[in-house]
Design a protein around this ligand. Structure first.
Ligand code: C2O
Ligand code: CU
Length: 477
């Protein structure tokens, strides 16, 4: 068991230099300090008939260069690595036809979406190679950034690190949304981060056994391109540009900052707009988390990612990931002073529970049970309309990333401290440091079901696969 290896001094081998692009062959539009252009994942075109928008996805295998000049076996949706971005609109009905061509069972989970448990893509709805899963539901989320990824029991880490991940942008008709940049690929830019591990032959690793003895590389990818020794370029043709950052890594923590120490204007956390925009110098994303920020670019700027020593990596590092050339001449309007109305929960009459994150040797536990099968995992039962406050207690010395399906939560306390600033937003994935605890509050609305369950788990994917996952059943009162 290597969960405690953080900081054990494994040398991270930097990938050989060189610019390359995984997802398309877009002509290189060289910005001053950049080696190649940021790849923007394609937008997946849906077809709309009778007010249902249908999207078609195929989970498949392929090859990509994860390390420069080395071909890796990878997986992607509709392509060989990562997947296209989907846009959903609040209130619309969507139908997804997802075909499994992986040669193994998979699921597709809509991380952060408020959808019926049967449509949520948890382990109970795994589908086999050669079959198509067709979930359909009415989008019931305000504007936010979600993502989709596999979630079958025991294989989530293995499938996700090979490239199965994509972004979902939910749009709504709020005035905040209409006041913010939303032209995908122009002034609304996805930033999908993956901190991976490969051996020198390019094999992407997910099982840590042997990591101490094998010389591994720990590539950092941005939208599928290795940025270990490459700074990608982006030309901002609009002065105000919105970025949607997703940490799709299996374990590492990513902090985004400007190289000049200036501020970023954070507008959203995992689950949509903050009450008001926050000027921040860093945005810290645990595995699975998202944030949105805007930059008013009147001069060139460089974004950096600081990778904190996580579970997989041997070391931390700071990478210049994106050199932004400011070419916009428009003058953006002032940002709205209020982005969202967030009524803070008064938890005095909320039902209290404790969720304990534990471990026993190599086995990871929630409330004492290893969730490696549906039958073995701890089950939380609640009823529609229930309002609850949970204490997430980390009884291990490891870092965890606590994710709850179905409904967003508010942070009530973080290691005993009262949340401030961006911590007052809505979340679905949050850091719980070794020995620490957070309190979260949520309300279970809609979608009672006594057969299908939601999941709650650590989003360090190997912890999830090793059992740090429980189920949540929401039934009629
Ligand atoms: Cu992003 Cu249950 O997962
Ligand atoms: Cu964990």
């Amino acid at each position: 068991f290597l969960g405690g290896m953080a900081g054990a001094g494994i040398a991270a081998v930097a990938a050989a230099g060189g610019a390359f692009s995984l997802l398309n062959d877009a002509a290189k539009n060289k910005a001053s300090a950049a080696d190649s252009t940021l790849t923007i994942p394609d937008l997946l075109e849906g077809t709309t008939t009778d007010s249902t928008t249908t999207f078609t996805l195929e989970a498949k295998t392929g090859t990509s260069e994860v390390l420069s000049g080395v071909t890796s076996s990878t997986m992607g949706y509709n392509q060989s690595f990562l997947g296209p971005t989907m846009k959903w609109t609040n209130g619309d009905t969507v139908l997804l036809n997802i075909t499994n061509s992986l040669g193994a069972d998979t699921t597709v989970h809509f991380h952060g979406a408020h959808v019926p448990a049967k449509m949520d893509g948890g382990p109970q709805v795994a589908f086999s190679d050669g079959t198509t899963w067709s979930p359909t539901f009415t989008v019931d989320d305000d504007a936010k950034t979600l993502w989709y990824h596999p979630h079958a029991l025991g294989t989530t880490a293995q499938q996700a690190v090979h490239g199965l991940a994509g972004m979902i942008i939910v749009e709504d008709d709020s005035t905040t949304s209409s006041d913010l940049p939303s032209d995908y690929g122009v002034d609304d830019i996805p930033l999908i981060f993956q901190c991976l591990a490969t051996d020198s032959a390019g094999d992407i690793k997910y099982d840590l056994a042997g990591y101490l003895t094998n010389g591994l590389s720990f590539p950092v990818l941005l939208n599928g391109t290795n940025v270990d020794s490459t700074t990608l370029g982006f030309t901002a043709t609009k002065t105000r540009t919105r970025f949607r950052a997703l940490n799709a890594s299996p374990s590492d923590i990513i902090t985004i900052q400007r190289s000049d120490g200036g501020t970023l204007t954070q507008i959203a956390s995992d689950q949509g707009y903050l009450a008001e925009a926050a000027e921040v110098t860093t945005i810290r994303l645990v595995a699975g988390a998202r944030a949105e920020f805007v930059m008013d670019l009147t001069a060139d700027a460089t974004l950096q990612a600081v990778i904190t020593t996580g579970w997989v990596r041997g070391g931390s590092g700071t990478y210049d990931i994106l050199a932004i050339t400011a070419s916009g001449t428009d003058t953006p309007d002032d940002l709205p002073t209020t982005l969202n109305t967030i009524e803070r929960y008064d938890t005095s009459d909320f039902t209290a529970r404790t969720i304990t994150l534990g471990q026993s040797g190599a086995t990871m536990l929630i409330n004492g049970s290893a969730g490696t099968t549906m039958a073995a995992m701890a089950m939380i039962s609640t009823t529609l309309g229930s309002k609850e406050i949970w204490t997430i207690k980390n009884s291990t010395q490891l870092e965890h990333s606590f994710h709850l399906h179905d409904v967003p939560y508010q942070l009530i306390s973080i290691n005993g401290d009262t949340p401030t600033g961006v911590e007052l937003g809505w979340y679905d994935t949050y850091e719980v440091v070794g020995g620490g605890s957070i309190q979260i509050a949520m309300e279970f609305t809609d979608f009672a079901d006594d057969t299908y369950m939601y999941m709650l788990h650590c989003h360090l994917l190997q912890h999830e696969d090793e059992g740090m996952m429980a189920s949540l059943m929401v039934t009629e009162s």
